[in-house]
Design a protein around this ligand. Structure first.
Ligand SMILES: Cc1ncc(COP(=O)(O)O)c(C=O)c1O
Length: 421
């Protein structure tokens, strides 16, 4: 295919899709989830999806809780401490470093609330940071009388380029660095391992936002040097929502307390997080059921391989469709890509801001029957394609054939509105 810029994209570059995964009884993998078959689910990354087995396990636990609440709650801390062991093994962490928190945002908030002002009070973030996490850093810096410094990491930066871009913002005044293990809008990795080693040497704390890492990266904490890490089991791990981990290593962890003051306050870290007043904590206890479903049916390494191959196929099929439509290569050169997620550039006029991207997500769900992630980075709009075990090639072929032409129409209309406004 000839492109407007004179280059060529070969249709034969599209590799074959991986064979769909099946359950032990031969049914499609999707049957283990309760996702609406009338919709296409191409955005596992944003909110995850909980398999039926884990939903059922959580319902059983809720029934147990409701049968005898006065027995349930006093026993809960010990059950949560036991649950931490399985989750820590999955993450490659020491259970003694791991506290349960309801989401990655809460884990980050705990760190922001616990840190004392240090040195110049500057916090280094990147321009790929998750908006809510960056806003929290800005508030903390204001409280400290410091400021946020934003490292600009080009989308195509390799490990060396990304490392240098972040370290260029680190100086005498740096009190904290916040870096994503996997970025949200741009579906790329940042070199948190290398950053962690160097920042430890300089005595600068590193908070790793690992929201997307559990399940996508095998044992994301194994060998990682950092003071703090927060990540979700309810995204790629498919745990019931509200299941996340905060991992803290080093002396600063003793300053970390749950966001809810409760009876564990005098306990050491991380035990004090096992008491959060009267809350429904059944999601933590049911999380292992979700991890086991994938682990025992396909094995996590094979599941990850499938997700990555399928994401690669999705990128090619959808990328080719957008390229045909616009005449401009829609493929995106992402440095340090991640398994299971890919970016494809949208036609100009779509998702040029975060708000526009969110509005496009809502419109696509309502009018196209597609749950998809649209993101914006540097004023450019992308569709971020996710692939989990329940997805098949047909999901992305449908999107390419049926949705991309409509996106083209919407883009044309948006450009026209922009021109006449
Ligand atoms: C990089 C990143 N950080 C933090 C979060 C927040 O996760 P949660 O809403 O579960 O707190 C997300 C969610 O998508 C994310 O992608």
């Amino acid at each position: 295919m000839s492109l407007a810029d004179g280059s060529h994209v070969s249709e034969t570059e599209v590799t074959t899709a991986p064979r769909p995964l099946l359950l032990a009884d031969g049914r499609p993998a999707a049957r283990a989830w309760s996702l609406d078959p009338a919709l296409r689910h191409l955005n596992h990354g944003s909110f995850g999806a909980v398999p039926l087995a884990a939903q059922q396990r959580q319902n059983e636990l809720r029934t147990e809780m409701e049968r005898a609440p006065v027995v349930w709650f006093p026993e809960l801390p010990a059950r949560l401490a036991a649950a931490r062991v399985a989750l820590a093994a999955f993450l490659g962490a020491d259970p003694g470093d791991l506290a349960l928190v309801p989401n990655a945002s809460a884990g980050v908030s705990v760190v922001y609330a616990g840190l004392e002002r240090r040195r110049g009070g500057e916090i280094v973030v990147t321009d790929h940071g998750y908006g809510a996490v960056t806003m929290g850093a800005e508030r903390l810096a204001r409280r400290w009388g410091g400021r946020v410094r934003t490292a600009r990491v080009p989308l195509d930066a390799d490990e060396e380029g990304a490392y240098q871009a972040v370290m260029a913002e680190v100086g005498e005044g740096t009190a904290l660095v916040v870096a994503d293990q996997i970025t949200s809008a741009t579906a790329r990795r940042l070199p948190v391992g290398r950053l962690g080693t160097e920042l430890r040497r300089r005595g600068v704390p590193l908070l790793v936002d690992g929201a997307h890492a559990p399940g996508l990266i095998a044992a994301p904490l194994d060998g990682l040097t950092c003071d703090f890490w927060a990540g979700n089991l309810h995204k790629w791990g498919c745990a019931p929502r509200g299941t996340a981990a905060l991992v803290a290593r080093g002396p600063l962890r003793d300053a970390l307390y749950p966001l809810i003051d409760s009876w564990g306050a005098h306990d050491p870290y991380p035990d004090r997080f096992d008491q959060q007043g009267t809350v429904d904590a059944t999601h933590y206890l049911a999380a292992a059921t979700a991890l086991d479903l994938v682990g025992s049916t396909w094995g996590w390494p094979a599941a990850r391989r499938y997700m990555d191959e399928l994401a690669g196929y999705a990128e090619q099929v959808v990328g080719a469709a957008v390229t045909r439509l616009t005449g401009t290569d829609a493929r995106v050169d992402v440095g340090m890509p991640v398994p299971g997620m890919r970016l494809v550039r949208l036609p100009d006029g779509l998702a040029d801001s975060r708000l526009a991207a969110d509005a496009l997500r809502d419109r696509a769900a309502a009018e196209l029957g597609v749950e998809a992630a649209f993101t914006s980075f540097g004023g450019v709009g992308y569709v971020r394609l996710s692939a989990h075990v329940y997805n098949t090639a047909e999901d992305y072929e449908y999107f390419a054939e049926r949705c991309v032409p409509v996106l083209g129409e919407w883009a044309r209309a948006a450009r026209e509105r922009h021109r006449t406004s």
